[in-house]
Design a protein around this ligand. Structure first.
Ligand code: HEC
Ligand code: HEC
Length: 372
């Protein structure tokens, strides 16, 4: 651990270099698959598909219902998502901002490409609820307003499952938000882009608070993730929570403490979630989840794979206690002994990671009405 720690400090001390051309300050070059180049007609088609509620059998669910542009491409009111016919999903919807740089997709890393990922939510019975790939394709073939759009985007070839994935992936790769105040300070040479408190927050982030051991950053750019999986105790708690009372949301933003048995009498018990273990079946991966990027994190509450932490302050308290002890907890987590000033500085730093131009992405997202 000392080695990781020394590396983090060394990286933090490296002098910044200019970003590669074409990507916003602080982000590495965008890697676009060779067989799916970004073109304007394809991105426009992908955007239309992303917002189209006719991609669910009863015309209620689109991708954007859970990845809401105005809410940082996630959903603020729901700790865990709700899909077609109000069915509950066991996890929190991650932001799609900068998703192009995710090496593995989903909290457990079970998917590898944006092109393939789309079929997860399209076919999940508790998300968009389509019975089959063919069902979605037939439906799109029958929609008047899609006539010619696939052909225009794919050199004359019409609707197919593969091309649907490619179009949505191309749109998702436009959801880029870098050049935050932090980037301008660290990679752009703007000494005053961060306040003294925010700079102190970054110092803590990369030293005493150890955050950068997992939310890693480099000399030329920062994704704030090691692309790895770690057990912080959040998943473990969800499985073994035995508290008599539980906090439930009775209306958007309104919470109440209720007796657990009362809650379980009118809702399903929380679904089991073993994290990365479900994919690898390796005991060491039990309750391990993907390290999320922290870019734009001020816009993407609530936090963690189950949305159980409502604010950045709650997240910092969680880490200050060393996460939640359990047999497989990451050795990188231990009580930090942060002062109230330290905690405030860390929170201020995290809030300086909001990228530029997100308003433009939101405006573009809603530029033309879709379907209906
Ligand atoms: C019912 C809500 C819901 C809908 C609808 C939905 N998603 Fe998601 N999305 C989620 C949740 C929850 C996760 C995390 C699931 C997991 O980790 O198992 C997720 C994960 C993702 C990820 C992985 C991101 C990452 O960083 O790992 C991508 C990409 C994504 N969704 C894109 C889409 C697309 C494209 C659509 C439409 C075809 C869509 N989603 C529809 C809730 C939803
Ligand atoms: C051992 C590796 C590790 C360390 C050290 C670590 N994190 Fe994390 N962090 C994670 C993982 C893994 C998750 C996702 C957990 C989950 O989904 O249940 C996460 C989630 C988060 C989230 C929630 C992001 C979201 O979109 O839901 C924030 C904020 C965060 N960490 C900030 C920090 C800060 C601040 C520190 C230092 C005090 C820190 N982390 C230290 C691995 C780490």
């Amino acid at each position: 651990m000392r080695l990781v720690f020394a590396l983090v400090v060394a990286l933090a001390a490296c002098s910044p270099a200019p970003a590669p051309p074409g990507s916003p300050l602080g982000l590495p070059a965008l890697a676009v698959p060779e067989d799916n180049p970004q073109t304007a007609p394809k991105v426009a088609l992908g955007r239309k598909l992303f917002f189209d509620r006719r991609l669910s059998p009863n015309n209620t669910m689109s991708c954007a219902m859970c990845h809401v542009p105005e809410q940082g491409f996630t959903a603020h009111e729901l700790a865990t998502s709700v899909g077609v016919e109000g069915r509950s999903v066991r996890r929190n919807a991650p932001t799609l901002l900068n998703v192009a740089w995710q090496e593995r997709l989903f909290h457990d890393g079970r998917e590898f490409s944006l092109e393939d990922q789309v079929w997860g939510p399209l076919l999940a019975g508790n998300e968009m609820g389509n019975p089959s790939i063919g069902f979605v394709i037939e439906r799109l073939r029958g929609l008047e307003d899609y006539r010619g759009l696939f052909e225009a985007a794919f050199g004359g070839r019409g609707v197919s499952g593969e091309r649907l994935g490619r179009a949505i992936a191309a749109y998702e790769r436009t959801l880029v938000a870098g050049a935050s105040r932090f980037d301008r300070w660290r990679y752009g040479g703007e000494a005053n882009a961060l306040s003294e408190t925010e700079r102190r927050g970054f110092e803590l982030f990369s030293s005493k608070a150890r955050c950068a051991a997992c939310h890693a950053l480099g000399a030329k750019h920062a994704l704030f993730t090691d692309h790895g999986f770690h057990n912080t105790g959040v998943g473990w708690r969800r499985t073994f929570e035995t508290a008599e009372h539980t906090r439930v949301e009775i209306a958007p933003g309104v919470h109440a403490e209720l007796d657990r048995r009362t809650v379980e009498s009118f809702s399903e018990p929380p679904a089991k979630d073993l994290g990365r273990y479900e994919i690898t079946l390796e005991p060491k991966d039990r309750w391990a989840y993907k390290t999320p990027s922290l870019r734009n994190v001020a816009l993407t509450a609530p936090y963690m794979h189950d949305g159980s932490l409502p604010t950045l302050e709650a997240v910092i308290e969680f880490y200050d206690r060393g996460g939640l002890d359990n047999p497989g907890k990451s050795p990188l987590l231990a009580p930090l002994g942060l002062s109230p000033q330290d905690k405030a500085a860390l929170a201020a730093f995290l809030r300086a990671l909001t990228g530029a131009g997100i308003e433009v992405l939101v405006a573009e997202a809603r530029a033309t009405p879709i379907g209906q």
